[in-house]
Design a protein around this ligand. Sequence first.
Ligand SMILES: [Zn+2]
Length: 168
Amino acid sequence: MGRKEDNQPLECGACRDSLQEYLDGTLEKSISLQLFLHLRDCEECQTEHDELQSMFQLMDSLPEVPLPADFDAKILASVNYEGYRAMESIRRERVPVFLEEAFLPALLRSRITRWGGLGVSALALVSQFTIGGSPYLPVVVAVGLVPEFLVRMQGLGRRFVLAGQTGS
Ligand SMILES: [Zn+2]
């Protein structure tokens, strides 16, 4: 009890994380001692320790099975290179990342944003001619068009790139 100050009490999580190393005997001496003390007081961790230990012992008792000499060759032969090559054209049919739909933020791509922007533009355009000219209305018109413009230009660019790929 008097050593509690220098020895931080070990928590169950930390104890179980180190159980394997504890059993292997690769832990630092002080940590190993902490585990020993925790295991003595904690029934659950002790059970975990016992199970792990008997599993290790079981694995150690298993006879060693030598790998067949052609093991590597068999693994390599099972890889489907032909299928991989056959998909070459599909893999190549890709567009630059800035033309991928996901390149634009989802918020900007959403219909609400695009149509809302168009609505704002239209409203500003109408105001420009009805209520009277204002220096900032053309700016509003332009800004409102940005989302729709970006989405359309991206779609166009994508179609262009893909058309070029199938043609070559
Ligand atoms: Zn514990």
